[in-house]
Structures are given as structure tokens and as C-alpha cells.
Design a protein around this ligand. Structure first.
Ligand SMILES: *[C@@H]1O[C@H](CO)[C@@H](O)[C@H](O)[C@H]1NC(C)=O
Ligand SMILES: *[C@@H]1O[C@H](CO)[C@@H](O)[C@H](O)[C@H]1NC(C)=O
Ligand SMILES: *[C@@H]1O[C@H](CO)[C@@H](O)[C@H](O)[C@H]1NC(C)=O
Ligand SMILES: *[C@@H]1O[C@H](CO)[C@@H](O)[C@H](O)[C@H]1NC(C)=O
Ligand SMILES: *[C@@H]1O[C@H](CO)[C@@H](O)[C@H](O)[C@H]1NC(C)=O
Ligand SMILES: *[C@@H]1O[C@H](CO)[C@@H](O)[C@H](O)[C@H]1NC(C)=O
Ligand SMILES: *[C@@H]1O[C@H](CO)[C@@H](O)[C@H](O)[C@H]1NC(C)=O
Ligand SMILES: *[C@@H]1O[C@H](CO)[C@@H](O)[C@H](O)[C@H]1NC(C)=O
Ligand SMILES: *[C@@H]1O[C@H](CO)[C@@H](O)[C@H](O)[C@H]1NC(C)=O
Length: 815
């Protein structure tokens, strides 16, 4: 044999050997058990299996955890209720082809699988990259048992929950007993097949939360917050009734975990730590948070959220106004509900009542559903079962309705039975709303009458263009339909603010003052009061009412209501005790209160709020005035984007819009917007980039001056970054412990402020970059619009900048 060939053969043999060795690393075979101290690692090294002791526990358990995540994150436990007391454990394939865990001290197995395989079949256990431990027969690759069928407290992508009707296997999550004890705890999460199926979260048998039913696309009571990356599916047929979720990027570690207290979290690993995308239950989500036949509506603060369904009144007056233990609602005395002209009132954007007691008929249309419900006098409500293809199927309820809540932009339509009197009241209201007549719309528009007449008159005079007129009409209709936004009586506001006393004044904004108030029920509110005598701000007021009332996200400030009475025009918000972000980051002493972790959380929160505006809410909204003073902080220092006075809704496919009236704040405006009046999601991304760099450096872009080639903050950061010295400008109070993460954030900030809008990342890309440790692109030159050149366009911006400086620029014609 020639030497070259021999060498080739040897290396082939070697590589074969190595290959075999690698295979054995993820597999337990009859003659290859594992003992305490050994681990199995899946092929792609995502998961590992071995013995572990959780927290302070001394017990030994067999579990599966993420191989590459430094803090051991266990996703499955085999012997969760039967720990070993020493390190003598041995996990092997026994003579019957099952996987068993044995201890030296005991003759009977500690734990074993249940597969029915005969001894001759030579089965093997293999740990897959999905986190599934499977028992397979090598001859035909048939899976005889899998850990995914016996979940503990963690749901991974591609893992099914629910019932296999053929085998009777019912898969659900159960919490651990405590952080130190993976034993079967009291909380569980699984599919309840009764009526129309829903996921239920239980604590000791008591329902805590339900997802609502499957609407064909999603679970009606669980808004999907990362639509691009996750896909959900649900199957209900004679074989199974199961749900599963997928994650489109397999390189991202993501899990859903049920904790010991009964909260369910969705978490993603960002390379450093687990980041939470959502958790349930939140406010208004707890099962039966409000009593029977009432609706939990977080938009009605003065009533403490629980409101009776149309035509109903509180059962007992003393118990009312309370969220927990509310007495529910009853029909008014004398209401005639049977063959006496009754009908249905449509409630929009609600989580429909508990469907485990609903009747289902998938062959009925919505119209037939109505007729069927009307015919049966015990039927109290109905809705479409599946929202795909314009709505199919019929859900109907008989008797009291349980667990309804309102969403701002999720949920479904529910048709609730009312008597002829109530029906007439609602029909009148609806009739007017639907009327094409502009005057009629004005009459019912939520108290904005005078205001709107003035606005329309102005529009009519100023803009004759038909297109523009239609747009305004649509906007008006939108605001009229916004019946959620509660009206606050002026007397309530006067009482809450001690007649607008100076002691309650929080600050002075662009077009009025902001006051703190306390309602009768001790709830704190913030009131933005428009300046009485100035005509300024009316547009912004109307704009804010229209836009923000539609939105609901934990990183957006929540509007609670409005008040228009006489000359008073006010917006009422949730009160946030910690003021705004600028108050912290630009202050020598207070900035130390926000360490890097906090600042990073704030950056991520603002990004998520912005993503919601740009992509996840029903409308596509450009904020146009994102800046540090418009980021409010709550008790826990979580950020909330405020001030939608400048925000604009843009059409579905519209990428950018043009305006002659440039609004925004000096230092945060993108060049294409400041100079050409072009705004798009990318101009918000620009402002966000500026905000990020301000948070990192503790310096204000507009007030910063550096005597170098580029005088503003962005320019200076860019210069330093190119010389690899960007860390020099980082706020010194942040220390250098997180240098890598900070440097990464500087790069993301620079990507956001690139000169050309098309180069800037989308908001979803920003959220993704913040959440995942992926490789970042190299930023191109940022926009230096404020560099002191003598170019005409630049000068006009600088002039405005000098005159208004910090405050929002409300009028600036760029042409
Ligand atoms: C470990 O000790 C506990 C308490 O002493 C006992 O209940 C359990 O059965 C023991 N487990 C094994 C595998 O011996
Ligand atoms: C094995 O089967 C028994 C009863 O059939 C069941 O109680 C037990 O949970 C099963 N165990 C595993 C690990 O599948
Ligand atoms: C095990 O192997 C035998 C023959 O080799 C086969 O008849 C039998 O179906 C196999 N059992 C399973 C559970 O696959
Ligand atoms: C399956 O488990 C869930 C959660 O524990 C439970 O609600 C449901 O009723 C069970 N399904 C069946 C068919 O037993
Ligand atoms: C999610 O989408 C991926 C890719 O399109 C697909 O392979 C997977 O089966 C889907 N998962 C679910 C649960 O629908
Ligand atoms: C009304 O209140 C009474 C007494 O508190 C209670 O027994 C009853 O269940 C309540 N009805 C509803 C519909 O909540
Ligand atoms: C559904 O409605 C149709 C038409 O009324 C009826 O024929 C059918 O029996 C109903 N199915 C069920 C399950 O009630
Ligand atoms: C009305 O619906 C109830 C509950 O489903 C049912 O028991 C009853 O028979 C129905 N009545 C009529 C007249 O169809
Ligand atoms: C989201 O989906 C759209 C359309 O499929 C795609 O263009 C975009 O890049 C996706 N975004 C992310 C962050 O994956």
C-alpha cells in the first residue's frame, strides 16, 4: 500500500473514531450508562443531561439544562419527587429496554420510564438539541418514550401540551415546590377541554388565569408580543387536543416557565442573562377579578375597573367599587328578556367569558349564531368561535358570564343580550355613530364637540384637498368610537387636586400645567391641564386623545380619561412617582441612582414600547418627539413613553409621510425630518439612538459641546468610537464592570443615528440586538446636521435651536 493512501486510511479511521466518540456523548446505550458526575451533551451542545442539586438542596436529581448558559437553568427533572441522598446514582438502560435510575442503597429503581419495549430491541436514550430526551429503537428509529411527554415546569419550543386522546396522555406544566425543591408543586398550567378549550393556570386547583380560547390565530386573552419570532398552533381533532409553539430562530434560547407563585413567564437568553418578554397574570387578568356579569376594564379607574355589562346594575352597593370580592351585577328590576323585543349589544375588544361553560357549534355563521341565541331565552351572550376567514363558528353562553376583561387592541367582539329599552338606547347611539353626517358624528363625539367644530372649520378653510378631508373624517370617527375613554367630571378633578393648588403642581409643559391628584378611592392620578386662554395645543390634545386611548403596553404611559367642561380641557393619566428620565441621567448626584443594569432595562423598555407603536399595535404610530423628558419612570423605575401630542398614525403600507409642519425637539430630530419634513419609523429610531447615547454618557446631545472635529455629542461619540476609545465618554458612575455590554450599546446607538434612514435598523431589529448577543453591523457616519457649517439649511435649524433650545419645537417650516 502506498504511504499516502495509508495516511488517508489512518486519518479516516481516526475521524471515524472521533465521530463515534461524539455520538456516544449524547446517548445512553445498554452497555453505556451514566453515573453521577458524567453528563450527556446534545449534538449541537444546546442541552446537557446529568445529576444536579438545585439551590441549597442536598438531594441529587437527574435533569436537563442549557449547556451554554452559565447559571444552571434546569428545564426538566426526571426524579423530581424522589431525590437521591448520595452520589451513587446510575442512569442506565435496563433489560426491558427502559431507562432506569438506580441507587446503590436501594434495590428498587428510584425512577424509570414506562415504554413497552421487549429486551431484544436494544433501545437507546438520546438527548436532542431541542431539549427532548428520547428513548429510541435503533432498528426503526421509533420513539418509545420522550421527556417532552412528561413536562415539569418548563415549556420549550416544539413541545406539545394537552391531551393525546388515543393514549390518554395529558401533558401540563407543574411548578416546582420551591427554588430548592423541584418536586411537584401546587401550580399547574394545561388545556382545559371543557366547552371550547382554553389553557388554565391553577394554584391548588383554583383557577388563577385563563388564556381565553383559540381564535384561529392566537389565544384570545394572551396578546402575542413577539409576533415575528414565535408561531403558535392548536389542534383539536379525534386524536388529540394539543397546543405547541415554535421559535423561528433556533439559535435563540427561549423558554416559558411556570414559577412557584403561579406566574407564567416567557424568557429569552441574551448572552448574559434571561430577559422577560411577558408574564401572566397581569392586572385585570386574574380569573374572576371582577364579579359575575361585570367587565374588568383598566380604562375606568374611577370605578376601580369593574363595570357592569350594559343594562345591568351592581348587586350590592357597599361591596361595589372593589376589585376583589365584587358582588357582581344583576339585571335591572323589570327587565323583560324573553320574546319582548330584546336584542344584543356588541362589546368590542374583550376577552370573551369563560368558554369552559360555553356551547359550541362550529357549523353556524355569526348571523345564525345570533338567531339561535335569540330563540333560546336562557342564552345571554354569543360570539364567533374562530376569527379567521371573517369569523366562523358559534359560542353561546347561558346564565351568568364569568371573567371578562377589556383590551385596548386585542380580544374579540362579544354580543350581550339586553332588553328592548336598553337596546333602544344603544341603537340610538350606534345609529348616530354610523351616520355619515359630520354633524351627527360631532354630536356624539365624546364631549369634544366645540373643539372639533373649531378644528374642522380650520381644516376646511386651510385644506381643501379631498384626501386630507377624508383622513380627518376617519380620525374623528376613530375618536368617537373610542367610548372606552372615561369622562371625568370637573368637580372630581377639582376635589382631587385641591382646586389645582400649587402644592399639587408637578410641572409646566409646552401648552399647560401638570398636576397630581388623588381620587376618593386613594388612587393617584396626573392631570395635564391645557392653558385656558391660549388656543395652542388643541390639535395636540385631540391627537393625544385619539392615539393614546387605542394603546396599551406596559412601556407606554396609560391614559385614564379626559375632562372637557367649560373652558377646561384636561387629560388624566396614571401617576408615576419617579418623574422623567432626564431628571436622573443629566443630574450630577441623581445619576448614580441608575446603575448600568437599570439603564439597560430602561433602554430595553423604551425599545419595546417603541416596537409596539411601530409594529405591534393595530395602528402604525410615529411618536415624533421621543426624548429623555418624555420617558417617565414608575415606582420600579420601569420606563413609560409619554406625550403623544405630536404622534401621527400612518397607513398600513405607507413607509414615510411628509409634513410642512416640523415638530420635534432640537437634538433628537433626524436630518431628513428636520430638513425635508419626512418622517417615518426611522426618524423615531434616530431619536431613540440619541436617547441611548445620552443614557450611556449622561450628557445631553443638545447641550453638549466638544471642541473637536464634530462638536455635538453624537459626533464626539462617533469620533471616539472610530478610534476605539468610546469607553472614555461613558458616564463614569457606571464603572467598568459592564464595559462589553456598554460598548455594544454604543454601537447599537450609533447604528440608530446613521445619516441615511435606510441604513438605520428597524425597531424590531433594535429590540432583537438588545436582547441577543449577535454580531452587530458597523455603523456608518452619523448625521451631523448641527455641525456649524454655513449651509443655508443647517443654519435655519440652528436658529430655531438657539431660540427654543430645550423645549419642543412646535412650528417650523422647513421650506
Ligand atoms: C432520602 O432521604 C429521605 C429522607 O430521609 C427519604 O425519604 C428518601 O426516601 C431517601 N431517598 C433515597 C433514594 O434513599
Ligand atoms: C409510569 O406509569 C405509571 C402508571 O401507568 C404512571 O403513574 C407514572 O407517572 C409513569 N411514569 C413515567 C415516568 O412515565
Ligand atoms: C422488538 O423486536 C421484535 C423483533 O425483533 C419485534 O417483533 C417487535 O415489534 C419489537 N418491539 C417493538 C416495541 O418495537
Ligand atoms: C389535563 O390537565 C389539565 C391541567 O391539569 C386539566 O385542566 C385537564 O382537565 C386535564 N385534561 C383531562 C382530559 O383530564
Ligand atoms: C413555526 O414555523 C416554523 C417555520 O416556518 C415551522 O417549521 C414550525 O413547524 C412552526 N411551528 C408551529 C408550532 O407552528
Ligand atoms: C348578589 O349578592 C348576594 C348576596 O351577597 C349573593 O349571594 C349573590 O350570589 C350575588 N349575585 C351575583 C350575581 O353575584
Ligand atoms: C349546529 O347547528 C346546526 C344547524 O342548526 C344543527 O343542525 C346541528 O345539530 C348543531 N350541532 C350541534 C353540535 O349542536
Ligand atoms: C336553551 O339552552 C339550554 C342550555 O343549552 C338548553 O338546556 C335548553 O333546552 C334550550 N331551550 C330551548 C327551547 O332550545
Ligand atoms: C419580521 O418579518 C418581516 C416579514 O416577514 C421581515 O421582513 C422582518 O425582517 C422580520 N423582522 C425580524 C426582527 O425578524
Amino acid at each position: 500500500m502506498n504511504p499516502a493512501k495509508e495516511l488517508l486510511n489512518t486519518s479516516l479511521l481516526l475521524s471515524l473514531l472521533v465521530f463515534r466518540f461524539c455520538i456516544s456523548l449524547d446517548t445512553i446505550s445498554p452497555n453505556q450508562p451514566i453515573k453521577d458526575g458524567d453528563i450527556l451533551v446534545s449534538k449541537g451542545e444546546t442541552f446537557a443531561l446529568g445529576f444536579f442539586s438545585p439551590g441549597n438542596s442536598g438531594g441529587r436529581y437527574v435533569g436537563i439544562w442549557y449547556h451554554k448558559v452559565p447559571e444552571q437553568t434546569v428545564v426538566w427533572v426526571a426524579n423530581r419527587d424522589n431525590p437521591l441522598n448520595d452520589t451513587s446514582g446510575l442512569l442506565s438502560i435496563n433489560g426491558r429496554g427502559n431507562l432506569v435510575l438506580n441507587s446503590k442503597k436501594r434495590s428498587t429503581p428510584i425512577w424509570s420510564t414506562n415504554a413497552s419495549v421487549s429486551s431484544t430491541n436494544n433501545s437507546m436514550a438520546q438527548l436532542l438539541d431541542s431539549g427532548n430526551l428520547v428513548l429510541v429503537l435503533p432498528d426503526n428509529q421509533r420513539v418509545t418514550w420522550q421527556s417532552f411527554d412528561y413536562p415539569t415546569n418548563t415549556l420549550l419550543a416544539s413541545m406539545k401540551l394537552g391531551l393525546d386522546r388515543r393514549t390518554g396522555l395529558n401533558r401540563s406544566l407543574t411548578s416546582w415546590k420551591s427554588e430548592d425543591d423541584p418536586g411537584t408543586g401546587t401550580c399547574s398550567y394545561g388545556i382545559n377541554p371543557n366547552g371550547y378549550p382554553q389553557f388554565f393556570l391553577y394554584k391548588g386547583g383554583t383557577p388563577l388565569w385563563r388564556t381565553g380560547s383559540w381564535t384561529g390565530r392566537r389565544w384570545s386573552g394572551a396578546p402575542n408580543t413577539v409576533p415575528n419570532l414565535t408561531n403558535y398552533s392548536f389542534v383539536d381533532n379525534q386524536d388529540e387536543i394539543t397546543a405547541v409553539y415554535g421559535f423561528t430562530d433556533p439559535t435563540v434560547f427561549t423558554r416559558i416557565v411556570l414559577d412557584e407563585s403561579g406566574t407564567i413567564h416567557r424568557l429569552t437568553w441574551n448572552g448574559n442573562k434571561w430577559v422577560e418578554f411577558w408574564s401572566f397574570p397581569e392586572e385585570c387578568d386574574r380569573y374572576r377579578e371582577c364579579g359575575l356579569s361585570s367587565n374588568c376594564n383598566p380604562y375606568e379607574p374611577d370605578k376601580f375597573w369593574c363595570t357592569c355589562l350594559p343594562g345591568l346594575e351592581p348587586n350590592s352597593t357597599h361591596d361595589w367599587n372593589m376589585r376583589v370580592g365584587s358582588g357582581g351585577c344583576l339585571r335591572k328590576q323589570g327587565a323583560s328578556m324573553c320574546r319582548n323585543g330584546e336584542g344584543f349589544v356588541k362589546l368590542v375588544h374583550v376577552k370573551v367569558p369563560d368558554t369552559s361553560v360555553a356551547r359550541v357549534n362550529m357549523s353556524l355563521s355569526l348571523k345564525e349564531c345570533e338567531q339561535e341565541c335569540l330563540r333560546n331565552c336562557s342564552c345571554t351572550a354569543y360570539s364567533s368561535a374562530d376569527e379567521t376567514r371573517g369569523g366562523i363558528g358559534c359560542l353561546s353562553w347561558h346564565g351568568d358570564l364569568v371573567d371578562i376583561r377589556t383590551f385596548a387592541n386585542a380580544g374579540q367582539d362579544l354580543y350581550f343580550r339586553v332588553d328592548a329599552v336598553v337596546l333602544a338606547q344603544y341603537a340610538k347611539k350606534n345609529g348616530l355613530t354610523q351616520s355619515k353626517s359630520m354633524v351627527a358624528i360631532l354630536v356624539v363625539s365624546i364631549g369634544l364637540m366645540l373643539l372639533l367644530v373649531v378644528s374642522i372649520a380650520r381644516w376646511l378653510v386651510m385644506r381643501k384637498k379631498k384626501a386630507y378631508f377624508e383622513e380627518s373624517a376617519m380620525e374623528l370617527e376613530r375618536s368617537t368610537k373610542n367610548s372606552y375613554l372615561p369622562f371625568f367630571d370637573l368637580s372630581i378633578i377639582i376635589a382631587a387636586t385641591d382646586n389645582f393648588s400649587d402644592a399639587n403642581k408637578l410641572g409646566q409643559g409646552g401648552f399647560g400645567s401638570v398636576y397630581k391628584g388623588v381620587l376618593d378611592n386613594q388612587k393617584e392620578i396626573a392631570i395635564k391641564r391645557l392653558s385656558k386662554y391660549s388656543g395652542q395645543g388643541i390639535e395636540e390634545f385631540k391627537n393625544e386623545v385619539t392615539i393614546i386611548a387605542e394603546l396599551q403596553h406596559k412601556n407606554l404611559v396609560r391614559i385614564l380619561g379626559y375632562c372637557i367642561q367649560g373652558e377646561e380641557k384636561m387629560l388624566i393619566y396614571e401617576y408615576l412617582p419617579n418623574k422623567s428620565l432626564d431628571f436622573f441621567i443629566f443630574d450630577e448626584t441623581k445619576r448614580s441612582l441608575l446603575d448600568w443594569r437599570r439603564r439597560f432595562e430602561i433602554i430595553c423598555g423604551v425599545a419595546r414600547g417603541l416596537l409596539y407603536l411601530h409594529q405591534d399595535s393595530r395602528l402604525k404610530i410615529i411618536h415624533r418627539d421621543l426624548k429623555a423628558s418624555n420617558i417617565l419612570l414608575n415606582n420600579a423605575l420601569n420606563p413609560k413613553i409619554a406625550d403623544f401630542g405630536m404622534a401621527r398614525i400612518i397607513g398600513g403600507d405607507q413607509i414615510e409621510a411628509n409634513t410642512n409642519r416640523v415638530v420635534g425637539t432640537y437634538g433628537y430630530m433626524s436630518p431628513e425630518y428636520a430638513m425635508q419634513g419626512l418622517f417615518s419609523v426611522k426618524s423615531d429610531v434616530y431619536s431613540f439612538g440619541v436617547l441611548m447615547l445620552e443614557i450611556i454618557t449622561g450628557k445631553k446631545n443638545s447641550a453638549y459641546y466638544h471642541d473637536g472635529p464634530s462638536s455635538n455629542l453624537i459626533g464626539h461619540v462617533w469620533d471616539l468610537w472610530r478610534e476605539d476609545k468610546a469607553m472614555e465618554i461613558v458616564d463614569s458612575s457606571l464603572g467598568d464592570q459592564y464595559a462589553n455590554e456598554i460598548s455594544r450599546c454604543i454601537q447599537i446607538g450609533l447604528l440608530c443615528v446613521q445619516e441615511h434612514a435606510t441604513d438605520r435598523p428597524t425597531t424590531s431589529a433594535v429590540v432583537f440586538m438588545l436582547g441577543n448577543n449577535t454580531t452587530l453591523a458597523h455603523p456608518k457616519q452619523p448625521a451631523f446636521i448641527l455641525k456649524s457649517t454655513h449651509n443655508g439649511k443647517d443654519r435655519s435649524i440652528s436658529e430655531v435651536a438657539n431660540s427654543v433650545n430645550e423645549v419642543t419645537i412646535t412650528m417650523l417650516d422647513a421650506r
